[in-house]
Design a protein around this ligand. Structure first.
Ligand SMILES: Cc1cc2nc3c(=O)[nH]c(=O)nc-3n(C[C@H](O)[C@H](O)[C@H](O)COP(=O)(O)OP(=O)(O)OC[C@H]3O[C@@H](n4cnc5c(N)ncnc54)[C@H](O)[C@@H]3O)c2cc1C
Length: 304
């Protein structure tokens, strides 16, 4: 049995793996891919401006380190994680199992898509799913935000500081706090469109306009960038009995990235931390590995 299994190799899992190998833990990373969502980055037609610090470049360094340690990772999907008597068992897609005394869940979230024409085509080229990483690029520009809950209004407040024009599309069937809608409506550079649906995104190499439909008919809005702000879904479907999840599906952790189950840790977007940032995930992954190490030392369970 191993000391530690890390599920997921996005920024959180990769950082955890680096710390675990530094501590000479007998660690296995099981992941469907290397890099996770950091493999995507939204580019705007006129670039990022000079001096951009790219967090995904950091991930590349972690990735190459793990690739170098070939024996320490498996590219596979975990279908089930169960806990019993201080041992964690991962059942994999090929029906094999892996066991460890501690586990870090770093499986991130998956995007919710609108499923309209142009959405896939322009992903990362003028169209993104979380404006938080890009709001500073919109100084003097126009942006369109689309969402079905308060997340899109929070982004509206943030973008209104930077952009010249923010058009916020509140999707029909969504739920929005009245006070947030009123605050956004009061902002000079913000236009709120209620009860609308998105027909399609259009453009050339980059997304350039969105076609909307509402009671007042169809309209086309041009902008420099578009964000679909639908809350992503945590990748926790494989979590088995005995491990409880939040109503949103995320795994709650304390300040040390420990869950309520001894020996089980979580890091990155899967914890529902609300930041969805590469650097935050790298930090949380590092912390989770150090906490797992401390747990193994304190319970006298370290292999090394
Ligand atoms: C289009 C786009 C652009 C972005 N741009 C930026 C940016 O510029 N700057 C920034 O800081 N952030 C950006 N983000 C957010 C950032 O990518 C995420 O916050 C970050 O990747 C989260 O890291 P994570 O390790 O928690 O999860 P993820 O990156 O989601 O990684 C999860 C990992 O778990 C694996 N996994 C999932 N389920 C299983 C399973 N059952 N079994 C095995 N493996 C599994 C996946 O394959 C993946 O390797 C962007 C996100 C998107 C979608």
């Amino acid at each position: 049995m191993r000391d530690l299994i890390i599920i997921g190799a996005g920024p959180a899992g990769l950082a955890a793996a680096l710390y675990a190998t530094r501590k000479r833990m007998d660690c296995l990373v099981i992941s469907k891919d290397l890099g996770g969502k950091s493999n995507y980055a939204v580019r705007l037609a006129d670039g990022e401006g000079p001096g951009a610090i790219r967090a995904d470049e950091l991930v590349t360094i972690y990735k190459s380190r793990l690739q170098y340690l070939r024996h320490s990772h498996r590219l596979a999907e975990v279908k089930r994680l169960t806990a019993s008597g201080g041992t964690f068992t991962c059942a994999l897609e090929d029906d094999s199992t892996e066991e460890a005394r501690a586990v870090i869940v770093a499986t991130g979230t998956r995007l919710r898509r609108l499923g309209v024409p142009g959405e896939k085509q322009f992903l990362s080229r003028g169209l993104g799913y979380s404006s938080i990483s890009y709001s500073h690029l919109f100084a003097g520009k126009r942006v369109v935000l689309v969402g079905d809950a308060d997340r899109v209004l929070d982004s509206t407040l943030e973008l209104s500081i930077h952009a010249d024009a923010v058009t916020t599309v509140l999707l029909a069937g969504g739920w929005f706090s009245e006070d947030l809608v009123a605050r956004a409506r009061d902002l000079e550079r913000v236009t709120i469109l209620e009860e609308a649906t998105v027909r399609e995104f259009r453009g050339d190499e980059y997304a350039r306009e969105v076609v909307l439909a509402s009671k007042s008919g169809e309209q086309t809005i041009a902008a420099d960038g578009f964000f679909v702000e639908l809350a992503p879904e945590p990748n926790t479907d494989f979590i088995g009995d005995g491990i409880s999840l939040e109503s949103t599906g995320s795994l709650r952790v304390d300040g040390t990235n420990s869950t309520a189950v001894p020996g089980l840790f979580a890091a990155g977007d899967v914890t529902g931390n609300g930041y969805e940032q590469i650097l935050v995930s790298l930090g949380e992954g590092s912390k989770a590995a150090l906490s797992a190490y401390r747990y193994l030392l304190e319970t006298g369970r370290a292999n090394a």
